[in-house]
Design a protein around this ligand. Structure first.
Ligand SMILES: NC(=O)C1=CN([C@@H]2O[C@H](COP(=O)(O)OP(=O)(O)OC[C@H]3O[C@@H](n4cnc5c(N)ncnc54)[C@H](OP(=O)(O)O)[C@@H]3O)[C@@H](O)[C@H]2O)C=CC1
Ligand SMILES: O=C(O)C(=O)Cc1c[nH]c2ccccc12
Length: 345
């Protein structure tokens, strides 16, 4: 077996991660004739999409907002492409721009060497197939009637609850804080698309008021079902804290009908028994954590102050990418978002 060299000199940018944003950055560079190296810790591109998402997942923003630069989605794709279609598109994209990530390479440290004028990136090779893919539990027939507690009421928790309902399980949803639920569409357009369009003409506070009025008309008063809204409007909140509004794809109707029960925050977890903050106790057959994730970038990036040391979240949103010192660029992530905004990069 050939041993890989200890040091490799890369005559161009290093891109960390072969997700949609990494692929987009590599393609744009390739288009300009700039070679780059993409390092990917998993053994495939878009590993979050391929290994860590549920099969029924669809994009919840229309496809025109999710396509990568230089190559549109195939015309025959529906408005909201499925996970399988999105992965197929990303594979085709990588092929088209001749992107060949170095797989199974985990970046441990990235530091700018000021005396050399180069970035020094330290990687460890992982075992082939080292995708640490946590599989989302699949509720099959054997799980019918099971009591499942879903923790976290972001888009994941809400969609997982709906799936559980549709497979005859009995889900409860932990909601420990306020949340903005918006219909996925309003006035015949996607809520996201309409919001972005309105923002071109009106201030954010006004667009927020509009979104809340239409949401109230279409969804009713969500507080009546245990889902209080934050005091700050949905766009303002996204902008200031990164918290994404939930785009309802049918979960709210199941909450209204009582098929999904809303619970307060968890105080303690004991085997199958959950104690809530109001001291009520209840037994569940399964617990699904849909509590989001944290960026690992602060762990390895030893340059700049892009991330809060307290919680690992970026210090401010990067609507169009972020340029730091020494040719350091961040593209495609929101504070908490999986999709991020890749359009601006
Ligand atoms: N169809 C699609 O396109 C989908 C897109 N997405 C996107 O992926 C990204 C990630 O979404 P998601 O996985 O939902 O993660 P998020 O970070 O958006 O949501 C996590 C949720 O978990 C809650 N939470 C965290 N810790 C706890 C706790 N200890 N107890 C109770 N609740 C807790 C948070 O609430 P709190 O405010 O209390 O911290 C929050 O509501 C988002 O951008 C989302 O829009 C996700 C699913 C589907
Ligand atoms: O799903 C995400 O991560 C999003 O970014 C969705 C989103 C961001 N801003 C919005 C405004 C209105 C509706 C959806 C969104």
């Amino acid at each position: 077996m050939m041993k890989s060299p200890r040091y490799v000199c890369v005559p161009g940018p290093v891109i960390v991660g072969a997700g949609p944003s990494g692929l987009a950055a590599a393609a744009c560079l390739e288009e300009k004739g700039v070679p780059s190296v993409v390092l990917e810790r998993s053994n495939c591109i878009a590993s979050l999409w391929q290994l860590k998402t549920y099969d029924r997942l669809r994009l919840h923003l229309p496809k025109q907002f999710c396509e990568l630069p230089l190559m549109p989605f195939p015309e025959e794709f529906p408005t909201y492409p499925t996970k399988q279609q999105f992965v197929y598109y990303l594979e085709a994209y990588a092929k088209r721009f001749n992107i060949k990530p170095v797989f199974n390479q985990k970046v441990m440290r990235a530091e700018f060497d000021h005396s050399l004028g180069f970035w020094r990136v330290k990687c460890v090779g992982l075992k082939e197939g080292g995708g640490d893919g946590v599989r989302v539990p699949v509720v099959d027939r054997g799980d019918r009637g099971k009591k499942v507690l879903v923790v976290g009421c972001g888009n994941s928790g809400m969609e997982v609850c709906l799936d559980l309902c549709n497979h005859d399980a009995r889900p409860s949803l932990v909601v420990r804080d306020t949340v903005h639920i918006l219909p996925r569409e309003m006035l015949g357009r996607s809520t996201f698309g309409l919001s972005m369009w309105l923002l071109k003409w009106f201030p954010m506070g006004l667009v927020d008021r509009f979104l809340l009025i239409v949401s109230r008309l279409l969804l009713g008063d969500t507080a009546r079902f245990g889902l209080d809204r934050p005091r700050v409007g949905p766009l303002e909140l996204k902008n200031s804290s990164g918290k994404t509004p939930v785009l309802d794809v049918g979960t709210l109707a199941k909450i209204k009908s009582g098929d999904i029960k809303i619970c307060p925050g968890i105080q303690r977890l004991m085997r199958h028994t959950v104690e809530f903050v109001n001291e009520r106790k209840e037994n569940f057959d399964a617990i699904i954590l849909a509590t989001g994730y944290r960026s690992n970038v602060p762990f390895w990036l030893k340059e700049g102050q892009m991330f809060s040391e307290k919680d690992g979240l970026p210090r401010r949103p990067f609507p169009n990418g972020w340029k730091g010192e020494c040719g350091l660029y961040a593209v495609g992530f929101t504070k908490r978002g999986l999709l991020g905004r890749v359009h601006g990069c």
